[in-house]
Ligand binder design. Structure first.
Ligand SMILES: NC(=O)c1ccc[n+]([C@@H]2O[C@H](COP(=O)([O-])OP(=O)(O)OC[C@H]3O[C@@H](n4cnc5c(N)ncnc54)[C@H](O)[C@@H]3O)[C@@H](O)[C@H]2O)c1
Length: 509
C-alpha cells in the first residue's frame, strides 16, 4: 500500500508537543522538524487524539500499517471513520466526492452557499442533468446509500465566523477545498465579474488558512488548483509538478545554480487562473509560516458524469453544464453532438490540455486524503490521466457519435475568444499520483464518452440541452467584446483524423 510506512508524523489525529513553540519559530521544517531527542534543545513529541492512552510518544514510531486506527481500503490505509469536510459540497466534484467518501466509511461534512447554482442561472442556463435541492440530496444519500452528511449553508468568504465554528465543532481530519468559482470565461466578462472571482477565490481561501491555523493545524488541506496555472510554455520546457526537481539547474551568464525545490513559473491564462496562482502562494506561505499541511492539486479538465454512487439513483446525480461559462470541453462536445451543433474548436484548435475522468479524480483525491502531508509540507500533484489536443477530442467525440449513435456530428473551427496559444508544445509531468500514491487510471476516455452519449441522449436530458443550446457558442471574449464567435471552417473529418493521430502521438505518454 502506498501509505503503509507513513507514521503519526503524517496523521491528522496527532497533537504535536515539544520544547519549542515550533509553529511560531519561523524555522523550516527540514531544520528541526523531526528532532526527537529529549536531551536536545528542541524536540517534538506527539499525543494521539484518538488513542490518548498512549501518552507522549515519538511521532515517527508508529506506522499506518501498525496503527489500529488506520484500516485497509482499495486506496491505501484510511483513518477509521475519517472526518472529511468538503467546502463546495454542492458542486460537480464536491457532491460526487461526498458520496464517494461516504461509501468508504468516512464521516462527511460540507458547506456550500449555492454560488454555482446562482452563477449558472445568471447565464440563463441550467445543469442539463437535473439535480435535486440539497435537502433532497441529503435525504436520498441516506435513503439510497446509507450515508449521513452534515451540511451547513455557509459562504466561506463572508461568513468566516460561522465557518470557524463549524470546523471547530466537526474537527475535520481533512478539508477538501472546492469552494471557488471554476470558470475562466466568467472571470473575463467584465470588471465586476473579475473582482467577484478573485475576491471569492483568493480571499475565501486566505480566510480558511487563518481558521485552520487557529482551530485545526494538523488537518490536511486538499486545495484545488488547475493545470491552467502553468500555462503552456512556448519553449517546450516540461511542466513539472509545482516545483523544480532536485537536478534542475539554472545556467546564466557563465554561472549556474540549483533550482531544485523552487516553485516553477506560473503563466495563468485568465483572471480565474490568476486567482488560483494567488492561492498557490497563499497556501505555500501558510505551510511555511504555520506548518500547515497541504496538497495543492493542479487538476486537469474533468469529464464525465459517472461514479457508482452518483449513478445509483437519479436523485443522487451530479450536475453537468454545457453553457459557455461553466461547461467543460468534453461535456460540452457530447451535448453539442446530440443537438446537432458542430463541435467548436477555438482558433486553430491545436491547444493541448491535461484531462481526467470524474471517477478517476475521485480516486486520486481519496489516495491523497489517505496519505496526509507532513506538518509544514506544501506538496503539489498534477492530477491528470492523459494529455490530448482539443482537435483529437473533437474527433473522438464525433467518431463515437457517428458510429454508435447514428448522429451526423460535424467539427468546426471558430474564432478564438480567448488569448492563448492555439499551437504549442506541451510536456506535462504527472508521475507523482501513480508513483507515490498508487493511482492508475481506471476510466477509458472513449468508454466514458460513450456512456455520456447514452445518458445525455435520454429524452428528458436531451430536451434540457435543446432548451439551452443557444448558450453553447461563446459570446464572452477576453478582449471585452460581446458577440458570438464566427465560424472559420467546417472540417473534413475523414482527412483530418489520420493526420491528427500522427501529429499528437508524441504527446501521449
Ligand atoms: N471541473 C473541472 O474541470 C475543474 C478542473 C480544474 C480545477 N477545478 C477546480 O475544482 C474545484 C471544484 O470544481 P467544480 O467543477 O466542482 O466547480 P463547482 O462550481 O461545481 O463547485 C464549486 C462549489 O463551491 C461553491 N462555492 C463557491 N464559492 C463559495 C463560497 N464563497 N462559499 C461556499 N461555497 C462556495 C459553489 O456553489 C459550488 O457548489 C474548483 O475550485 C475548480 O476551480 C475544476
Amino acid at each position: 500500500m502506498h501509505n503503509s510506512n507513513c507514521t503519526c508524523w503524517n496523521c491528522p489525529a496527532i497533537d504535536l508537543k515539544g520544547k519549542v513553540d515550533f509553529r511560531a519559530c519561523g524555522q523550516s521544517t527540514t531544520e528541526f522538524g523531526k528532532k526527537k531527542d529529549e536531551t536536545s534543545e528542541v524536540y517534538i513529541m506527539a499525543e494521539c487524539k484518538r488513542r490518548p492512552e498512549l501518552g507522549l510518544f515519538d511521532p515517527m514510531s508508529i506506522t499506518f500499517e501498525d496503527c489500529p486506527q488506520w484500516q485497509k481500503t482499495p486506496y491505501g490505509y484510511l483513518l477509521k471513520d475519517m472526518r472529511v469536510m468538503i467546502l463546495g459540497i454542492d458542486g460537480y466534484l464536491g457532491w460526487t466526492l461526498a458520496l464517494w467518501l461516504g461509501s468508504l466509511g468516512c464521516r462527511v461534512s460540507g458547506v456550500d452557499n449555492y454560488n454555482r447554482r446562482k452563477w449558472v442561472k445568471e447565464r440563463g442556463s441550467h445543469t442539463v442533468i437535473p439535480i435535486s435541492s440539497m435537502t433532497e440530496r441529503l435525504h436520498s444519500a441516506k435513503e439510497v446509500l446509507g450515508i449521513e452528511i452534515d451540511f451547513r449553508e455557509i459562504d466561506i468568504l463572508n461568513e468566516k465566523e460561522r465557518l470557524k465554528e463549524f470546523i471547530d465543532e466537526v474537527k475535520p481530519e481533512a478539508i477538501v477545498h472546492y469552494a471557488e468559482c471554476p470558470s475562466a470565461p466568467f472571470s473575463m466578462i467584465d470588471v465586476d465579474h473579475a473582482i467577484e472571482v478573485q475576491k471569492n477565490n483568493v480571499l475565501g481561501t486566505l480566510g480558511l488558512l487563518f481558521i485552520m491555523r487557529d482551530v485545526v493545524p494538523e488537518t490536511s488541506l486538499l486545495k484545488l488548483g488547475t493545470m491552467g496555472e502553468y500555462g503552456t510554455p512556448l519553449t517546450g520546457r516540461p511542466i513539472f509538478e509545482g516545483m523544480f526537481p532536485a537536478d534542475a539547474v539554472l545556467h546564466w551568464d557563465g554561472r549556474e545554480w540549483s533550482l531544485g525545490g523552487e516553485l516553477t513559473p506560473r503563466d495563468p491564462v485568465s483572471f480565474y487562473h490568476v486567482s488560483k496562482v494567488q492561492d498557490t502562494f497563499n497556501v505555500y506561505e501558510a505551510c511555511k509560516y504555520w506548518w500547515l499541511r497541504s496538497y495543492d492539486i493542479m487538476q486537469g479538465v474533468i469529464f464525465g458524469v459517472h461514479t457508482d454512487q452518483v449513478s445509483a439513483d437519479p436523485r443522487l446525480r451530479t450536475r453537468l453544464d454545457i453553457d459557455e461559462w461553466f461547461g467543460t470541453i468534453i461535456n460540452r462536445f457530447v451535448a453539442q453532438a446530440i443537438v446537432g451543433i458542430p463541435l467548436t474548436l477555438y482558433g486553430r484548435g491545436n491547444q493541448i490540455r491535461g484531462f481526467i475522468a470524474l471517477r478517476d479524480a475521485m480516486e486520486c483525491m481519496t489516495r491523497l486524503i489517505a496519505c496526509p502531508p507532513e506538518p509544514g509540507q506544501y506538496a503539489v500533484v498534477n492530477q491528470i490521466s492523459g494529455v490530448y489536443s482539443l482537435r483529437q477530442l473533437a474527433y473522438l467525440v464525433a467518431q463515437i457519435g457517428r458510429k454508435y449513435f447514428d448522429l451526423d456530428v460535424q467539427v468546426q473551427r471558430v474564432e478564438n475568444p480567448r488569448v492563448e496559444a492555439d499551437e504549442h508544445p506541451f510536456e506535462a509531468l504527472y508521475e507523482k499520483l501513480p508513483k507515490n500514491y498508487g493511482f492508475t487510471p481506471k476510466v477509458n476516455i472513449a468508454k466514458e464518452i460513450y456512456r455520456m452519449f447514452e445518458l445525455l441522449s435520454k429524452p428528458q436530458i436531451r430536451e434540457r440541452i435543446e432548451e439551452k443550446k443557444h448558450l453553447i457558442i461563446p459570446k464572452t471574449w477576453w478582449s471585452g467584446v460581446k458577440r458570438e464567435v464566427k465560424r472559420l471552417e467546417l472540417l473534413d473529418l475523414k482527412e483530418e483524423v489520420k493526420e491528427d493521430e500522427e501529429r499528437y502521438k508524441i504527446y501521449q505518454r
